[in-house]
Design a protein around this ligand. Sequence first.
Ligand code: UN1
Length: 497
Amino acid sequence: MATQTFNNFIDGHWVPSAGGRVFENRNPADRDDLIGVFQESTPEDADAALAAARRAYVTWRLVPAPKRAEILFRAAQIIAERKEQFARDMTREMGKVLEETRGDVQEAIDMTYFMAGEGRRQYGQTVPSELRDKFAMSVRQPLGVCSAITPWNFPMAIPSWKIAPALVCGNTVVLKPASLTPLSAINFCNVLAEAGVPRGVVNLVTGGPEVGTRLSTHEDVAVVSFTGSSTVGRLVNQNAASGFKKVHLEMGGKNVIIVMDDAQLELAVEGCVWGGFGTSGQRCTAASRVVVHEKVYEAFVEQFVRRTRALRVGNGLDEGVQVGPVVSEGQLETVMKYVAIGLGEGARLVTGGHRLESGAYAHGYFHEPTIFADVEPSMRIAQEEIFGPVVSVMRCRSLDEAIAIGNDVPYGLSASIYSRDVNAAFVAMRDLYTGIVYVNAPTIGAEVHLPFGGTKATGNGHREAGTAALDVFSEWKSIYVDFSGRLQRAQIDTQDL
Ligand code: UN1
């Protein structure tokens, strides 16, 4: 089959990079499977996309929000119709199993529908004025051109988290998807165009860091929304700071599941298997730490290991496979590096620990689901984000200690407690310093209509998803209308009752 070449989407047209360079993208489960050739874009391509977005903003911001929303509604319908195809494309380019890529596409559908609903809300406030014959209200206004820089682990969901709210608020967008997963982003943008998003309103430029840098520094950019590592997020923030851009960052995690001695142990084990090894551990929300009460520690470890060993690792396109490959050779190397670090630190490797490379695994980036027990909270494997199928299990003596361990990491995205004690659950809900807390459920599985994001090095105070996303992609304007026909001075003409 001839290799397919995919282009950038600029001003309503699919066009090659002006620089003429391309890169290949291959299936991480089978390196012989070439997905396609994509544009290795230059900063000039980014400039062209930004110019198109700036032009389109002039008219798009004046399209009534319910009309903008109708386009999103249609887009959600089209994605739903093509869900299976998009899921298969995504498994091929990213590796996660079909069940999960269907979930990723579903999350894009959910978000697009949710934001379509916001077309008829975007509520502001009306408040009484302190003066006579005067009206006071606040409204949301769009900011202009938004840059969206998205990661490879949720290749359609995360672009939708940024683009759908940006559009419904009246902004225009330039998207740079991760180079490991451009196809799903292209699928998403194709649907938006088909649904009726006017030319220039959404643009897509594939490529590397030079493109990302231009998108976070160009003077025409008002908002930069980035999801990825804390290291790159810091750079994006620094790059954008001198231009006073609004920056929304969604970065790393080192999420904890606390298992108390009164937990339903089987349920907790099931949650740890899904939270730790779902998406091969490559979620910002992955449960990479488990803190277990000493009274149930040995029983938990034994069951967790048993369940983990039963996981079927393989090509995500094959039915019955539960854990796919990791996304790339670089990611596989990171995982292996951390396994070596864990061994060096004296943690007890209780299952896994190796790359899988024989037979059907020979052409992909597979790694065994891996558990370290008897991990100390200060060890690097318990502190640093690995983003792979490696879980560290620690022991605690009390709820207070578990929460202290849970909070004692640089990140703060998601946390969970398994307990049947309502008091313990409420203490955890209050005292775990993260953006998301689960009770009797793992750390993954956020729904689109509540705020998503985290504390400390996970974020910079913003949230995406839910109506919180509107705060990223709009800003407030307060409006006062004086219909008294005379000068009224606020805070001064106070005696005029
Ligand atoms: C991410 O890992 O970057 O809550 C996003 C979850 C998913 C989203 C994860 N709904 O795990």
